[in-house]
Design a protein around this ligand. Structure first.
Ligand code: IMP
Length: 174
């Protein structure tokens, strides 16, 4: 198995996520509830740290979409594998995603969630690889912008492995 090399270490990630949580809270009227929709599986660790940095009333739900499977390139095909448990109508919704790469997944997700009539819809991504973008997709909060490298850790996988790493890494030999 290829060896992971640290690209963004754990303290840097935590500091950035704390700042993102504070920025998000500042931008919503105080007293308003914020509903976070995390995309499984990659978004679970980002969500867990993001919500721990927030003191507003927060609710959360999870959605699973088809992803790359075992490869590292986008198929461009997106399917809902697990839908949300509750309605988004009249709620402040934030999509919580691990990474925006080609943008195809997020573009699709934003379209289907917007159709569910939320009061507002924003997107928070831990990572962005702008050089890979195939569709113009708007992301309100970006943790880190990275180059076109395949990364793992902090929720992100390669063939379902490495999600548990507490840092973002690139795979040597990749
Ligand atoms: P997109 O549709 O090309 O933007 O891809 C989004 C999804 O692909 C992400 O939610 C990840 O699950 C996966 N992905 C994209 N780039 C990487 C990477 O560098 N490492 C691990 N997964 C990735």
């Amino acid at each position: 198995m290829p060896m992971p090399t640290i690209l963004i270490d754990a303290p840097t990630i935590h500091e950035r996520i704390r700042a993102m949580a504070a920025e998000i809270e500042r931008e919503y009227p105080s007293g308003d509830e914020i509903h976070l929709v995390a995309v499984l599986k990659g978004g679970f660790m980002f969500l867990a740290d993001l919500v721990r940095g927030m003191s507003a009333d927060v609710t959360m739900d999870f959605m699973a979409l088809s992803s790359y499977g075992k490869g590292t390139t986008s198929s461009g095909q997106v399917r809902v594998l697990k839908d949300l448990d509750s309605s988004l109508e009249s709620r402040h919704v934030i999509i919580v995603e691990d990474i925006v790469d080609t943008g195809l997944t997020l573009h699709y997700l934003q379209d289907i969630l917007r159709a569910r009539a939320p009061k507002s819809l924003r997107t928070a991504c831990l990572l962005s690889k702008p050089s890979r973008r195939q569709v113009d997709v708007h992301v309100d909060y970006i943790g880190f912008t990275i180059e076109d490298r395949f990364v793992v850790g902090y929720g992100l996988d390669y063939a379902e492995k490495y999600r548990n790493l507490p840092y973002i890494a690139v795979l040597e030999g990749e």
